[in-house]
Design a protein. Sequence first.
Length: 156
Amino acid sequence: MAGKQSGNRIAAQNRKAFHDYFVEDKYEAGISLAGTEVKSIRQGTLNLKDSFCIVKDGEIFVHGMHISPYEKGNIFNKDPLRPRRLLMHKREIRKLHSLVKQDGYAIIPLSVYFNERSKVKLEIGVCRGKKLYDKRDAAAARDAKREIDRTMKSRR
């Protein structure tokens, strides 16, 4: 979804999410932001590393997303770690809430990007946690693929 269309510009990605979770499904959501936060995101001062989403009272919020204060924003800057409301359709929120109630599922932000109309969008994923042996299997598969690519390149 994000980054695959020609008009999207990725501001930040959560690479740790792909290491720690199996991504089952992806959704696109808007974010309710202040003006100085948007300017700060344009500068690339955004961190999704330990962020997660919670459904509360029919609304969905992202917690732990760090947006550094805009240096020229003075009194208009907001708290860098404040919970931010996500903008999604009610039926999508209800569907996500029912999936999260199942055992082992979480809603994790995967990337933040600007769409064609310069709107800030958040790609969230319904994820299931990986066990240690799953992480080892993924690392072994990645190393094997790298080795195959290396031998194929040397034969040319």
